[in-house]
Design a protein around this ligand. Structure first.
Ligand code: IMP
Ligand code: MG
Length: 179
């Protein structure tokens, strides 16, 4: 068990459960307005966005389908620079209105690579939702999410699905990781 609700590696709480809940409801409402009647396919980018995804789809009050896709680029608190994505695991997206759900945009290499892969398979439309964004870390110029939760500084954060070496995904808040 953690000694307290806050493990010692966590320097502080950036967003509380309440703040996250409010923001997720806001994004869900906007998505409902855009996708009502379109039977969209919401794709969870594994593993970081699982918690956000599970909460978000319940705030989207229209018919939708879900699927999952695996991608990774980080080791510890450092990006490896190469994006690992197995295209054979791609859902059938041809002609669909697809919504990619990601936890965080950092250099944007992951999402720009995924966007390229998904667009090659001819969805009817493709939009990106991200809970967090660190614009100061951008390496792919001009890349941004269509729907964004919070913009943050150059901090390494964990919790609410986000990890450091697979740890801390189960924290209900977003905390600042102490290196
Ligand atoms: P990008 O390709 O540099 O934009 O990296 C995006 C991916 O890196 C995210 O999907 C996360 O898995 C991971 N990542 C980036 N920043 C953080 C962070 O602060 N905490 C945890 N994971 C992060
Ligand atoms: Mg991720």
């Amino acid at each position: 068990m953690y000694v307290s609700d806050i493990p010692e590696e966590i320097e502080g709480i950036l967003f509380s459960e309440e703040q996250i809940k409010e923001k997720v409801a806001e994004i869900g409402k906007a998505l409902t307005e855009e996708y009502d009647g379109k039977d969209p396919l919401f794709v969870c980018i594994l593993k970081g966005s699982t918690v956000f995804f599970a909460d978000l789809i319940r705030e989207v009050k229209c018919r939708l389908e879900i699927d999952f896709f695996r991608a990774s680029s980080y080791s510890g608190t450092k990006t490896t620079g190469s994006v690992d994505a197995d295209e054979s695991g791609l859902p059938d997206i041809k002609g669909r209105d697809v919504v990619l759900v990601e936890d965080i945009i950092d250099t944007a290499r992951t999402l720009s690579r995924l966007k390229e892969i998904f667009l090659r398979h001819e969805p009817r439309s493709l939009k990106i939702v991200s809970l967090l964004d660190k614009p100061s870390r951008r390496e792919v110029e001009g890349f941004s999410a269509d729907y964004l939760g919070f913009e943050i500084e150059d901090l390494f954060v964990v919790g609410y699905g986000l990890d450091c070496d697979q740890q801390f995904r189960n924290l209900p808040y977003i905390g600042i990781y102490k290196p």
